[in-house]
Design a protein around this ligand. Structure first.
Ligand code: PAF
Length: 276
């Protein structure tokens, strides 16, 4: 595996075409490795980037303490058969004076995570656009765990005409249903035991939807599950259209349940298709 730290060295290290790209912020887990595996199956050359992007963290968020372990990630990616690891410093991605931002407007960025974390999706869209222009992939891989992020990136790619396919990869979960996330490392053993409550709430909503219940009934079922864990303070619980993310008034095929909120030591999000 080649490792590149500087933008100037990237050009010479990339093939002419056939690149599958997995952008990450590192501290890799099985969810990231599922993206890499899929990329390896579908592309002759796989690039992974590790870059903790300051632009997507709000004031008071965890940018400085975000977990980082480049040597462990390096070994995992080497073992996974990645061809090139791009691990730039902040000044490589945002050289002094960098002043451009990419903003996807509308409900896709205004609602849910966009409301709780103003500026977050602008930071994500800006860094992903920058990375796409540097790596020039044919396909790029993102986890469905961050479902809203996946839709924002798809929209940016469509609107700006990036010549690539965005591939969404299903969420990888722990045995009790907790979605894998680099931030799970913040969970105390006590909170860890309760952290699958997000998934349990989504399952409760799905069960109601599958047995013919409406949106209000499904949301009530989800809320009841969340209320059983008072340490979890929900930011939102919703059933939304799978493409617009607007709240639904009746259950449609593809309806997506979204949930997010805070435990004392970490904020978690999750989502699930509640009606096929
Ligand atoms: O999902 C992530 O890890 C990040 O938001 C991404 C897409 C790598 C952009 O920094």
């Amino acid at each position: 595996m080649k490792v590149v730290r500087a933008v100037a060295d990237l050009w010479g290290a990339l093939p002419q075409g056939g690149v599958g790209f997995v952008p990450t912020m590192g501290y890799l887990h099985r969810g990231h490795l599922a993206l890499v595996e899929r990329a390896r199956r579908e592309n002759p050359f796989v690039v992974v980037s590790i870059f903790v992007n300051p632009l997507q963290f709000g004031p008071g968020e965890d940018y400085h303490r975000y977990p980082r372990d480049l040597s462990r990630d390096w070994a995992l990616l080497e073992e996974a058969g990645v061809d090139l690891l791009f691990a730039p410093g902040v000044e490589e991605i945002y050289p002094r004076g960098f002043a451009t931002r990419v903003q996807v407007e509308g409900s896709l960025t205004a609602l849910w995570e966009g409301e709780v974390r103003p500026g977050h999706f602008q930071g994500v869209a800006t860094v992903v656009a920058r990375l796409f222009l540097l790596v020039r992939p044919e396909r790029a891989y993102f986890g469905e765990k961050d479902y809203q992020q996946l839709l924002v990136i798809r929209k940016m790619v469509k609107d700006l005409g990036f010549p690539l396919e965005v591939v969404g990869v299903p969420t990888v979960r722990e045995e009790d249903g907790l979605a894998l996330s680099s931030r799970n490392v913040y969970l105390s053993p006590e909170t860890r035991q309760k952290a699958s409550v997000l998934y349990q709430a989504l399952l409760a909503m799905r069960e109601v939807a599958l047995s013919g219940g409406g949106v209000a009934e499904a949301l009530e079922a989800g809320e009841r599950v969340l209320e059983g864990v008072p340490q979890f303070r929900p930011d939102y619980l919703a059933i939304v259209h799978p493409e617009t993310l607007l709240p639904l008034s009746r259950i449609l095929p593809g309806a997506r349940g979204l949930v997010a909120g805070r435990f004392p030591e970490v904020r978690l999000i999750d989502n699930l298709e509640v009606y096929p």
